[in-house]
Design a protein around this ligand. Structure first.
Ligand SMILES: N[C@@H](CCSC[C@H]1O[C@@H](n2cnc3c(=O)[nH]cnc32)[C@H](O)[C@@H]1O)C(=O)O
Ligand SMILES: [Zn+2]
Length: 433
């Protein structure tokens, strides 16, 4: 057994207690073999990472995003979703090349590894290039080709849906099992009913989950209520969504009936607080969803509506906005927010990660605790939610492989990626202008 030992640190246990413990990783399986006090582990490890003065936490899982949009970070801000997409983002995306997608994903991978994220979701296009970066970066991901029918001929829309199903079938399980896939219709209003039903049917035939944007803005809800006389999630359930493995991004404008539908289903809601705030989409009723027993994951959405991919920022936003939305300072406490970004997101994607215990994927990060902004140590879970930045991460490990040691990324040349991304983004903006 090739072993990696995360030594001399403290560990965040699944019950959110803190233990002085080493983590022994079996690199042949990529799983955690043991978590125990140092003197209880006599195995000699081929490789050791020093977690002294640090806290070993589950690698964060970014359960909704559009990775290549890092090239559009800061390209268009300060407008609501529809105007932002129609006036800026979709015109720019029309000029994106496959190389842009590859470089934008590399930049996203550098940012995620640097900030302790070990798993992510991508809904975009040119996904084979995204998959190539997942393979080389060492991250875990659930990928899908996002498709719409609006603005397309019936034939063009069907082709796009086929592309989404075919990609999901062909890429599931690649990169040594670190890639999983989903069929990804863009949203309940940008894909017509016939195509949506067919996409869901094809996903079930292929035993694949479906990922979709849902109830993000009032503008997405009203047309469905007006046309169909039912709430969007009732329509989603009727087309066969809300099945086990399905996960819905946003769920901002959901009423009690829809929260109950989610709670009674196997589907997972993915909360994107920063994106919802930045686009003024609203504050999702996360406290109510959690109280109703809905599984809630956490995601940044794209870097053009956040504008970073730091999931520690997202944890803090979830806690803060959850309180504001519930008008209750006790809502979405620190532990609940941390759990959303670890176990909640892992559940959304069916990842066996999100917790530090034997048998789980060895997807973890080590947070340096010696900074002034993490002093004193009354409560480390409080620090994870209210004070930790992704820049505090020292090491990142995914599938038992070291992706970053002492803030040095091992699987990508971070400086070269940043340079390339600058060049590609500049050329893209020139093409759009
Ligand atoms: N542009 C693709 C649609 C699917 S890719 C995923 C799309 O979601 C867009 N997107 C990014 N953030 C959001 C969001 O918060 N809500 C809805 N769409 C978004 C993103 O810009 C991209 O166009 C096509 O025409 O076939
Ligand atoms: Zn999105």
């Amino acid at each position: 057994m090739n072993t990696l030992r995360i030594a001399n640190g403290r560990v965040l246990r699944p019950d959110h207690s803190i233990a002085e413990a080493d983590v022994l990783i079996d690199q042949s399986t990529g799983d955690i073999d043991r978590v125990a006090a140092p003197d209880e582990i006599d195995a000699t490890a081929e490789e050791t990472l020093d977690a002294g003065g640090g806290l070993v936490v589950p690698g964060l899982v970014n359960a909704h995003g559009h990775a290549p949009m890092t090239l559009l970070r800061g390209y268009a801000d300060d407008k609501p979703l529809d105007a932002w997409l129609q006036e800026d983002i979709w015109p720019a995306e029309g000029e994106l090349t496959a190389e842009d997608i590859r470089v934008g994903t590399e930049l996203a991978a550098v940012e995620m590894i640097r900030t302790g994220t070990t798993g992510f979701v991508d809904m975009y296009f040119e996904e084979p290039h995204v998959a190539g970066v997942v393979e080389s970066s060492g991250l875990r991901a659930m990928l899908g080709h996002g498709f719409v029918s609006v603005g397309k001929s019936e034939e063009g829309a069907r082709e796009d849906m086929e592309k989404s199903v075919n990609f999901a079938e062909q890429y599931d399980g690649l990169a040594g099992g670190r890639i999983s896939t989903a069929v990804m219709p863009h949203s309940l209003t940008t894909v017509n009913e016939e195509l949506l039903r067919e996409a869901v049917e094809r996903a079930r035939e292929a035993d694949l989950p479906v990922h979709i944007h849902a109830n993000e803005t009032e503008d997405e809800v009203a047309p469905i209520v007006d046309e169909r006389g039912v709430r969007p999630l009732a329509y989603a359930e009727d087309v066969g969504l809300l099945a086990d493995g399905d996960f819905l991004a946003h769920c901002v404008h959901v009423d009690d009936e829809e929260i109950e539908l989610l709670a009674d289903s196997e589907a997972v809601a993915v909360h994107c607080p920063a994106s919802n705030a930045k686009l003024a989409s609203g504050i999702a009723p996360v406290a109510e969803m959690l109280d109703a027993g809905v599984t809630v994951g956490l995601g940044t959405d794209g870097a053009a509506s956040n504008n970073d991919l730091d999931m520690f920022d997202e944890i803090r936003d979830a806690a803060m906005l959850g309180k504001l939305g519930a008008d209750d300072a006790a809502a979405v406490p620190a532990s609940a927010a941390v759990r959303m970004a670890t176990e909640g997101s892992a559940a959304a994607l069916g990842f066996d990660s999100g917790r530090i215990e034997a048998g789980a994927n060895a997807d973890l990060a080590v947070v340096d605790l010696d900074a002034a902004h993490l002093t004193p140590e009354h409560d480390l879970v409080s620090h994870l939610a209210y004070a930790t930045s992704g820049q505090d991460v020292r090491h990142t490990v995914c599938d038992g492989e070291v992706l970053m040691e002492d803030r040095e990324i091992q699987t990508l040349d971070a400086e070269a990626v940043k340079e390339r991304a600058e060049e590609q983004a500049e050329a893209l903006a020139d093409r759009v202008a």
